[in-house]
Design a protein around this ligand. Sequence first.
Ligand code: NAP
Length: 370
Amino acid sequence: MLSFTPHLSKPTPPTPTTLWSHPTHPHPTYPTKRHHFSQLTNNRKLSITAIDAAQPFDYEAIVSNQLFQSNKLKIAIVGFGNFGQFLAKAFKRQNHIVFAHSRTDYSHIANSLGVSFFQDPNDLCEQHPDVIVLCTSIISTEPVLRSLPIQRLRRNTLFVDVLSVKEFPKNIFLQVLPTHFDVLCTHPMFGPESGKDSWKDLGFVFDKVRIGEGESRKSRVDKFLDIFEKEGCRMVPMTCAEHDRYAAGSQFITHTMGRVLEKLDLETTPINTKGYETLLNLVENTSSDSFDLYYGLFMYNKNAMEQLERLDLAFESLKKELFGHLHEVLRRQLFGKVEEAGQRRVLSKLPKNGYALPAPSSDAVKSQNN
Ligand code: NAP
């Protein structure tokens, strides 16, 4: 609502004090929209009072409305490392406006990608992004989120995370963010290596944890998800708990095997089989990820420990199976056929480290002797 009050007093040059003078609000502070200022027109002083609502001269409101209608989002990436930069390229490809903030100064890289970089998180938040994408390491998520000046954001900003574990960021978001912020938890099931050529058919897991009422909020989250759909991702709606259960048995195992193989320093040979090529690719895919990422998969997914123990047991049991066969072959050579039955009894009766080894079948022993 606007009210115009003509005054016939002599014009006074506008100063910051006269521009913001108000009988009850002598020093209005951001982000109050109750403004009162003076305007000089035809030697007459007009008082204009703007109350609450966005006014036609509110440039930011106009621009943000135009952006909304153009399907463009203002996306702020917090944590502009390896994966943050990778995502930024796709956001830019689809003509969104992209801001970034990180502990390290990435302004050069940001410039080259057409992204505006803000060293100070206050400046980032004052851009009033529609979406904040948290892309920091898993282990730094909580301190980074808590350090953001969220009071400078619009009240219904959408928070998204892309962490490789899901229950942990969901709980942090719900603890730290006031209820007027929307929350979307996601996990692109690919990285800068596996998704370097295309995202076609690569999985994208998401959980709309908290999306407030109102068409604009629903449409904003859909526009964000649309970015991944347009890139060809296989969209997988799934709860954070389900994700963590599946991911421990698949992604954590994959990364662990990749890191174990990396320690073996495998080299390509002139006689690589297809299987061996797959192993070399696995090492390449996983070794380019930071150790922080791998450690985060272990520490912040409660199902990971069980999978690590299962891997250990599986390896031990495989070794025992091999050594069991070998043992039987040796005993047969030493004591002949007569000993075979007795030897097998000994093997199955003598528990090692507290449990019995599985006895190899006599067929398998025969085939080894031939
Ligand atoms: P990362 O090592 O997991 O994270 C690196 C990012 O975290 C950088 O932006 C870094 O900022 C920031 N960071 C680390 N410690 C920090 C601290 N103490 N304070 C503030 N910021 C800190 O490697 P990433 O590959 O870039 O992964 C980022 C996120 O994406 C992770 O949560 C990961 O789970 C997820 N993700 C990764 C992939 C992948 O394939 N790489 C795939 C899906 C999801 P500076 O660079 O400024 O130091």
